[in-house]
Design a protein around this ligand. Sequence first.
Ligand code: MG
Length: 381
Amino acid sequence: MTYAKKRKALKGVSSNTDLRIMMTFRSTVIQAIIPSLIPMKDTNGKEERITLAHGHGGIASHKLIREAFLSAFSSPELDPLDDAAIIRVPYEKIAFSTDSFVVQPIFFPGGDIGKLAVAGTINDMAVMGAVPLVISVAFIIEEGFLISDLVKIIKSMAKEAHWTGTRIATGDTKVVPKGAADGIFINTTGMGAVRTDSNLSGANAKPGQAVLLSGPAGDHGAAIVCARNDLGISGDVVSDCRPLSDLVHILLNVFRTKISVMRDPTRGGVATTLNEIARSSNVGIEIDETTVPIRDTTRAVCEILGFDPLYLANEGAILIFIDDECVEEALEVCRTHPAAKEAAKIGEVRDDLDGKVVLKTATGGRRIMDMLAGEMLPRIC
Ligand code: MG
């Protein structure tokens, strides 16, 4: 059955009406108008900066919260500004995930620390089969940080939250003296409603299943490295950073339990994430090097710096473990999504590799791909 036919057949068949309504809602891209009322320049035209007073809970804090954060993040949960957001949760299972973001530089081609913080937590919920509902956002800001940069980051967070239908329910801001932090750090924590028609876990990979990668390996890592160093590479090296909750739920709508594992290969890249899954599932995985999508620009960065692209982080791609007979259809589905046009089958789950991840190289050799040892790139996310 083709993807189009299958979608038609599945129309109206959902085990969870609430989730279906939410998915429909999310499929409409919301053009959010994100205001920010806070002045970014003083009366002399000088750029306004964060001061310690912005973190002291007094007038300056309140002004910052109302005029910068609340004007962009407004939601029924956040607007009362009570000590805790009250959330209605009529779901059997909730996915709950937290992550802190310290990426350097904070603005990079394809994104910024705010987009990354929202996308990262949304993706962690999505790959567990959860529809993201609410997230918290907590900021640690260094004294002297430009208010205009903070507003750019806030707008970027609000935009990603809006289009994925995720509400920002609660938040916090702390300001530390100059030198006590590096610009801005952000923590996001999310809650999502887990679909009742899927069963995803890193421990569920089964021998015979295919391993798909939804987009080119290593693009986020390569973009961060390039943003830190002038490597003289022609062509844009752009991070793949973006939420993928829409792609995940389209795939789950079609394939449901035929997909057993999904995971976003962030720190440590594809190689490390595959090792995590191999260990949890007690299986071997063989990857065919020639089939892994890798952009020429990412390859060039790796050649200059001696990195292996399979160990570089992605922030907008997912590994999908799916029953082998569904591969062609799954790739067809992926390619309808703007972030997964280069999706490919990169390998298979095996029961004869002694729990190892093995790379079949372009020259026909085989080598073990272990977990990343040590830190290849600090502050990548
Ligand atoms: Mg993850």
